[in-house]
Design a protein around this ligand. Sequence first.
Ligand code: GLA
Length: 686
Amino acid sequence: MRVWRGVLGLLGATLLAAAAPVAPPVPTGAAGPLAYGTAWYPEQWPEATWDADLQRMQAAGFTFVRVAEFAWSTIEPTEGRYDWAWLDRAIAKAAAHDLKVVLGTPTAAPPAWLTARYPEVLLVEEDGRPARHGARRHFSVGSALYRQKAAAIAGAMAARYGGKPAVIGVQVDNEYGRATFDAETRRRFQQWLRAKYSSIDRFNAAYHGAQWSLAYSDWAQVPIPGAGDSPSLYLDWLRFFSEQWRDYQQVQIDAIRPHLPGDRFITTNFTGRYDNFDFALTAQPLDLVSWDWYFPGPRVDPAEGGLLHDMNRGFLGRNFWIMETAPGNTNWAERNYTMPRGEVRAMAWQAVGHGADGYAFWTWRPALGGVEQFHGALTDAGGRPQPVYAEAAQVGAEFARVRDVIAGTVPIADTAMLHDFPSRWAIRRQPMTVDFNPFTLFTDFYRAVRPSVAGVAVLNQPTDLKRYKLVVAPLPHVIDAAAAKALADYVRGGGHLVLGPRSGVKDPTNALWTPGAPGPLAALVGAHVDQTHVPPAPIAVTGDIATGSAAIWAERLAIDAPDVTVLMRYPRSADWLDDAPAVVTRRVGRGRVTYVGVWLDAAALQKLLAWCAAQAGAAPLLPGVPDGVEVAARSGGGRTTHVVINWATSEQSLPLPPGMTSLLDGAPAGPRLTLPPWGVAVLGQR
Ligand code: GLA
């Protein structure tokens, strides 16, 4: 049965892909398909090293380098005096080695003369201490003067290099998001609130200011919130803060754009699992989303990686780039493990399978000075290739073989996952248990559903849902009535919706929905939450479809509609959860809604979501895929390319449909594919 489901899944997915709208054109034409490269800091090395480094990059199959993102003090050693000569030569040398260039604006590291002469640009910590020169990202995103300085240097760089044939794009700044409590930003925040609420009375009413007499009598009293402030103020601050980064980015985009030909992109490098601002909002003015893929553990979590790829693809609904990933190890983690042999290659192919059209390492060569001397690099301090260089070069050769085949293709997805930053922020502010990490919940739901579906599109808004057979919303915790209606319409129209715990608890001002959870979703679900629990010990949750346990969160559901079916319930006990429903489902209109009011263990959640996927008609791309093996596919122009990765720690094999070819060596593939740990297959269909 699984085999037929898989073959039908492949057929269905291919049909699905054929129906999927073609991704909007991204101005990465000059970059070419499947760019591959590394960060390179020529200003940190004697010029005599450049040729040998660039030659080794070329030999590894690299097609681009990213330069200059921290080079402000080298470009402008004193105010108004620019030294472009070294950068002219570095870009020319890169081009001479057939390497294109992504230019970084150097605004994450202002020179000492700038912050000394204009200290008002410095950010202020929560305790009132101003930041100082000596590290990086120490400016205030709300500083009007800093925005002027940033626009000036960005514009000067773009004017000089934007039209160079080698320059394919510009990265604005580096990893946005450092908070500030400076007075100028606080005033901006107060003005923003005034514009949003129009009167102090409306503001106090929206925040329910009677509680603890929180109501403000003057806008000037409103602080930049700290850990103990109103959850409503906290949410509004992060919305405002996200707009500040978008506006700071915009002044640079406005300075850069006039100098860039139409097929050159503007991007920035987002930071993956973090949630210090709304990446989806800040991504909107960009041509391309790129993100930096690092992880703190001894080996990558492929579910987290897949979720983050699909999330970054979702910010603009188009393919993305990995702008940084470590070749070997990081230096900032609590334990900086060395990546196992084969992991660099597996990660590169997973990213491509999920829609990466560019992939770059951080970094090429360790700086001799500074705090990142021990960070993983492709060569040692003497420029000699590190062991991982050979693996990176293998990827380069493999990318070269397939880049024309995957050009213009986009990932296949029959399932959508809803994600939004306000819901993550609200839970981060009021977790109720230190164990309720919202990003972990998203990752757990993603890990559970991914093996049962063709692919996942992560959406930040419940729009255009009817393209997907299944929609999984792990945590629509903050939700408005319009979004709830969109979900109900999707279900009534034949969609299958899965809601996770703590759905529909807060309105957009972070106030409680009345009469209670799941708020505006209650009518759809046909049940409500009449009690929540942080289990002091794992509690069993059983049902015909799945049996497991919950250790972090458990809700007692009360049934309100006669057509609700209980899928899982707690055991009989003398306590409140006695025999209570934990997971309910209900057919509504032509579709189905399933409410998972409990944070289930991985195995039980996977079984439950497999049932939901089957109900929805979602199916894996290939049949009989064993645990630990991931299959992703990109399609377009009548071509479909499958990327198969064995993340398990032992050899795995799976059946292949007829007519598949290995694109890495041109040999026919099948009838079975066998992969070692970290093994990768890239399969085309004849
Ligand atoms: C971040 C920064 C890089 C570098 C790496 C090290 O991603 O963007 O400049 O510091 O971390 O892991």
